[in-house]
Write a protein that binds this ligand. Sequence first.
Ligand code: NAD
Length: 495
Amino acid sequence: MSNEIKFTSGYGKIKNWIGNKEVESKARNYQDIYGPYRGDILGQVPMGTLSDVDAAVAAAKEAFPGWKNTHIKQRVQVMFKLKTLMERDFNELCQLISTENGKTLVEAAGDVAKAIEVLEFGCAIPNKISGQAQEVSADIFCSNLKTPLGVVASIAPFNFPIMVPMWTLPIALTVGNTMVLKPSEQVPLSAIRLAKLFKEAGLPDGVLNVVHGGAEVVNGICDHPDIKAVSFVGSTKVAKLVYARATASGKRALALGGAKNHLIVMPDADVETAPKQIVDSAIGCAGQRCMAASVMIAVGDCSKIIEQMKAYADSVKLGESMGAIINKQSVERINQYITQAEQMGAKILVDGRGKTPITNGTKDGYWVGPTLIDKMKENIPALKEEIFGPVLAIIHVDTLEQAMKLENSNPYGNACSIFTTSGRYADYVIKNATAGMCGVNVGVPVPREPFAFGGWYESRFGAGDITGDAGISFWTQDKKITVKWIEPQSRNWMS
Ligand code: NAD
């Protein structure tokens, strides 16, 4: 894939997407959308209002009976068509993601490819969704029918503009719901492009609606009496608020939050492959991934591995093999964590502060280079708090048990990986890590379809996972059916 980003701007005032067309928001305020590579203004996003939410919900409510009563084998045809359209426009989607989010084109390709993988899972749902059926007593049959919930909502973060919305859309829509999507106000362009592709794929009017904005729209979604379920992906602070508010108004909710993922590195880890994988986990997508490694626990002597990590991190070219940070405030937050760690006695092995790109971008963009901080101590905030930038904190312990204790003390529960050549060590970590997604010799242990994605504890509020079979369960409710066709005279105590 060519590494040349064709930056675009001049998007003007972005509109909502309601009833399969662009509709002007009732917003009182618009916010500038910035391109992270160059810090330029791409357009303006409306900070939507409750009346925008009402309009989207009304369209979704009107569309629900028709969509629900369209047979699933017809509904899924939209997903098949969408797959061919996303493949047709693959490069264009990547360009848009890079422009508004700051990913490299290769990372943007991962965003779209993973979205397509969930879409393929969505395409398989008609063959997976059959419920149980059993003759539970003589001539009495019980069965379960998976039915949609009605109007549902999906609230997304900035860091995967296509993939995260697509964690929910193919599943929620294929099973027969209609949807209000609230993308991040920082990356509204990809969501609208996606909605247009859904329309081109044949999705009927009102089945998918997009409302832009921030807290007012999110709160409106949580409170709306006609919305039956809400999924959220974003920071832990907001995940907690959304989960509490949506469930308080009787909705089903699943809110995925932030993370602090640990990589445990044993001295027997493969020196050839582990260093690059570890650094890539921390700096891929400029560290703005909920699955990024942000703490490395070095058990015993890992000096050779750390040496190689430093050499690799030093060689990374900003703007080429690593993209930008989402906004100026995030750059400041990340730099503060690095400076604080330095002031508290940690050693900055590779310093990303003040680095600017070689190609693809300007110094006016939002940049932090790869950063490795060694000799971390437990009281340094960068070891415990989510930084959400390309920063890997390295702490040293003597034993695997000490490493596990440290991992277990972290309140998040998204991911944990071990790098080792010993099955015994790997087995110990898989059994004892307090993380929903674990890896062995994998820097970013994202489960691939059909396996479900989801963390634990402060990384997830609500039960279940967001994709895979758990996604089908979240977006459906079981109708329990009991049937009897026998004559009244043959009744027994069960009849
Ligand atoms: P964020 O929480 O700031 O925003 C997420 C969504 O919530 C956006 O749509 C935003 O408009 C809305 N929002 C923001 N503040 C709000 C408020 N006060 N009330 C109601 N809604 C509000 O998250 P972000 O900065 O866009 O994304 C980064 C975060 O998302 C990181 O913490 C990252 O770990 C997390 N994340 C988690 C996962 C996961 O699967 N666990 C995946 C991706 C990102």
